[in-house]
Design a protein. Structure first.
Length: 178
């Protein structure tokens, strides 16, 4: 009979034989379901996540990529009245330097500074403005037609002692109007 008892005792013994095994099984029984739940949530919500550190698929990014490369900006070159006046060109672009005399620009109204420039003539003044001179960039850094720039040059020169006539609309634009 004594032989039968140890065999039965071994048959009822479980997989957990030490306290360390018991602790490991308890921790795993709590941690493993949490990890599985987190992985399932990530799997279900995966399609709505953008790439890490990127907004490449956002609506704004896609719109920027597919926008037209160039934009046509049509200006009516046939009507001198629809273009900017000399004073408007001066206020928009030239006043930054020519009012304060910044970086050596002659101040508007300073006849002594403008006299040698006016003596060179309107064409020389226009050439300086269109190509740039000294610290002044080409076209004074603005976005105007040559006709509008010529109006601005005449405005500044006339305020500084010159008596130049208002420029006429170029012949090519005037003939296109007819």
């Amino acid at each position: 009979m004594s032989d039968v008892l140890p065999a039965e005792h071994e048959a009822h013994e479980g997989l957990i034989r030490t306290p360390q095994q018991l602790v490991a099984v308890l921790v795993a029984s709590f941690v493993l379901p949490v990890v599985i739940i987190i992985m399932l949530i990530n799997f279900v919500a995966w399609d709505s996540k953008p790439a890490a550190g990127s907004d490449g698929l956002s609506a704004e990014a896609v719109a920027r990529r597919i926008q037209p490369v160039g934009v046509s900006d049509y200006k009516d070159l046939t009507d001198a009245k629809s273009m900017k006046t000399g004073e408007q060109v001066f206020q928009a672009q030239c006043t930054a330097c020519h009012t304060s005399g910044a970086v050596g620009a002659p101040k508007i109204g300073d006849e002594a500074a403008w006299a040698p420039r006016i003596k060179t003539g309107f064409d020389a003044l226009m050439n300086s403005v269109l190509k740039g001179k000294g610290s002044m960039p080409a076209q004074g850094g603005g976005d105007f037609t040559d006709f509008e720039i010529s109006r601005g040059v005449v405005f500044m020169a006339n305020k500084s002692g010159a008596k130049l006539d208002e420029p006429k609309l170029p012949a090519a634009a005037a003939s296109a109007a007819k």
